[in-house]
Design a protein around this ligand. Sequence first.
Ligand code: PLP
Length: 367
Amino acid sequence: MISPFSVHMPDSVKEPLLKTLFSGYIGEGEKVKEFEKKISEKFNIRNCVALNSGTSALRLALSLIGVGPGDEVISTPYTALATNTAILEQYATPVFADIKHETVNINPEDIAHRITDKTKAIVCVHWGGYPCDMDEIHRIANAHGLPVVEDAAQSLGAKYKGRQIGTISPYTVFSFQAIKHITTGDGGFLSILDDDKYKEAERRKWYGIDRAKRKKTLSEDPCEDIKEPGFKYHMNNISATIGIEQLKYFDFLLKKRAKIAQRYREQLAEVSQIELLENNPNKTHANWMFAIHVKNRTRFLEYMRAKGIGATIHNWRNDKHSVFGGLRDDLPNLEKVNETLVNLPLHHNLSEKEVNYIIEVIKKWKK
Ligand SMILES: *Cc1c(COP(=O)(O)O)cnc(C)c1O
């Protein structure tokens, strides 16, 4: 079976990882600082806060905005559950806007009429690594004085009109979960544009304690007065050591994915049984996923499986879960996408032969 994904773990991680493991200090320390610095340099991130997951980064961003009980957050219903459970974690309610058929991303035109007095933020997801319509989203957000949180967990390396994702909105969330472009086992980071909010994040990621102001005397409580509740969300030196090594391979991984995606695009463009998603040159794809629309999705998946190809459904509409209030009936594009979207294998370990085989099998699909 051709696997739908593949974990990237280079041999070269062994030596630095062993060193960190037996260094006598594995908590949050110099390795985390070094990783943050390297991320910042590589992706032009003004303030990088390394964390233990992308989900933590989402919740931290919402809490920095002040999202709380009774508030509403506009979000997309077609995403990893984490995007929307993070809103629930702050005792707020996700209000779902519809998505676009051609991108699977939130539809900016369906946002404004859902904004109320209770709305505190807009969350968008660059699904599969393909950037949302950021100008349109920001126009609505600015008109209503709302901050935007970009969930870029699948989009490290993506660009919007030449601007690196992570440099555009007040908060952008990234993930180093096991099957993302690069991984630290679990981990992630939050990009924050505002310097004061960054300082607050630095405290709130670790119980609200200001590390820089910790007293070093033996007889006193080392903590300054804690004024706001914090979390236990920091990254540790073990994850950071893996991340530093992973980062060296990022360009290679991104290019490899782009090359495979381009081949799929070129070869499948004329195949009438399927429909490709949008690929606008203004939006530089991070190619974390390669999805297509097909009719008779279940039969297509069975057909691909029978041919030894791990085609998958990666996300299901979130709104169907009771915890989000149950199925909505005002999301027509979501309704359709939830019946037609399929992911083809896309990862660094796919050979040219395998990619060609996948293309040939799809060309022979009869709907
Ligand atoms: C992976 C992912 C997350 C969660 O990241 P974790 O690091 O697993 O917490 C959030 N949103 C999206 C869109 C994701 O793909």
